[in-house]
Design a protein around this ligand. Structure first.
Ligand code: NZQ
Ligand code: ZN
Length: 397
């Protein structure tokens, strides 16, 4: 196993019904809370309960309900203004990755001293222009959609509508002080969002499993078990949205999938960078973008690590290894992953989203602009060149 330094300071309160602890946890962090969430009905019940809990705990709150998916930096700026006008000393994010990431960016934006908020974002190919935030208001995060792991990591993904870009802010100050993970809050999720969240969580681990350390028994076993748990529990949650066991498993898997446990040390998520461009250029939501590019990327690279792919097939996708070579197992595992996505209602081709071969150069250019490193490739193991990316996208057509 490689050497690494690991740090994660997030206090996690986990379990069915734990939303009721939101008031007392918020009161430990501040007295005036800006509650950041979506403006429509999807989480309104949760927001109403939260307001009662904050009131009872003596925390004055104001709602900022302007979050939209792939949170635009312009909306974040309005949130910063709202937080300042209200005199917030705490930010509470309620929702999926978009709401939590908006809350994080707002909490940091209030104290940001390097000009334009977009300066916080790692969004140029050499990554030298970002001025990550150094401080943020305390954050309490309450996920309602298990997917991104934002609740327990130091990342916030934001978009710029004017620049047509989507990328990430990465800073220690973006760790929440506390995250309340109540699986009951996910019972209301529609099947599509449930499936997209599950594919996103699998992809976080799968990208790292394929890209990451070659020599680690524990990490590989852990990554495979996490993916298998999602594969087994997504169908149960789709069949019965209020299944407490399935919802609980999915929630903890999503959190653990991107809190660093599976990727101490070097880890790359190249297909996430491609997914961000599919979102910003073609409006494909995050989970769907990964559902489309992950199997194509795996197909392109499978011959380089046949044993790794074979293990994925057997231990994550449940393929019987009897009588099959590693190469056959690799094919079977990728096919099973595609079938799993299809059965969950997700797209597996660019064509389903109206993207054609003529769009590929623009997508490659979008990835190059935002995410290629100083060596002119997308960091990955092996690195993805522009030519390879174009081939991967063709496989996804
Ligand atoms: O718009 P409505 O109808 O309210 O629907 C909401 C929301 O728009 C719905 N929803 C959320 N919780 C619900 C619910 N509906 C019913 N019941 C509930 N309990 O879900 C819609 C999508 O929400 P969103 O927050 O956009 O979804 P997700 O959690 O997939 O987050 C995606 C965002 O997170 C970023 C993505 O790029 C994208 O911007 N990511 C953040 C990461 C991080 N911070 O570490 C890493 C990820 O890889 C990812 O990039
Ligand atoms: Zn993701």
């Amino acid at each position: 196993m490689n050497s690494f330094t690991y740090h994660n300071p997030v206090k996690v309160v986990f379990g069915l019904g734990t939303l009721k602890q939101a008031g007392e946890e918020a009161a430990k962090l501040g007295k005036r809370a800006l509650v950041v969430s979506y403006g429509d009905a999807s989480v309104s019940g949760t927001l109403a309960k939260l307001k009662e809990l904050l009131d009872a705990a003596g925390v004055v709150s104001q709602e900022f309900l302007e979050v939209t998916p792939n949170p635009p930096i312009e909306m974040v700026a309005r949130g910063v203004d709202a937080a300042k006008a209200f005199g917030a000393d705490l930010v509470v994010g309620v929702g999926g990755g978009s709401a939590m990431d908006a809350a994080k960016a707002i909490a940091a934006g209030v104290l940001y001293t390097h000009g334009d908020l977009w300066n916080m974002v790692y969004a140029s190919h050499s990554n030298v222009t970002a001025q990550p935030p150094e401080a943020a208001l305390p954050l309490l995060l309450i996920p309602t959609l298990p997917a991104t792991g934002s609740e327990m990591n130091m990342c916030s993904v934001v978009s710029s509508t004017t620049r047509g870009q989507k990328s990430y802010i990465w800073a220690d100050c973006l760790f929440a002080k506390t995250a309340i993970l109540d699986p009951e809050l996910t019972y209301s999720l529609p099947p599509f969002q449930t499936a997209c969240g599950a594919v996103d969580a699998i992809s976080h681990v799968l990208e790292i499993y394929i890209n990451g350390q070659d020599e680690s028994d524990l990490l590989h076993a852990w990554q495979l078990a996490l993916m298998r748990t999602i594969v087994e529990n997504l169908p149960k949650a789709l069949a019965n949205p209020s299944d407490p066991h399935a919802r609980t498993e999915l929630m903890w898997c999503a959190t653990c999938g991107l809190n660093g446990w599976g990727s101490p040390g070097d880890a790359w998520t190249p297909m996430h960078q491609v997914g961000h461009v599919l979102t910003s250029r073609h409006g494909i939501n995050h989970g769907s973008s990964l559902a489309i590019v992950m199997p194509a990327w795996m197909t392109y690279h499978k011959a380089l690590k046949p044993a790794r792919y074979a293990q994925f097939a057997v231990k994550a996708m449940g393929i019987c290894p009897h009588g099959k070579t590693d190469a056959e197992l690799a094919d079977a595992g990728i096919a099973a992953f595609r079938d799993f996505i299809k059965a969950s209602g997700g797209p597996t081709t660019l064509g389903e989203k109206g993207v054609t071969e003529a769009d590929i150069p623009g997508i490659v250019e979008g990835v190059r602009t935002v995410s290629f490193n100083a060596d002119g490739v997308l960091a990955s193991n092996p690195p993805v060149t522009a030519e390879a990316l174009a081939e991967i996208l063709k496989l996804a057509l």
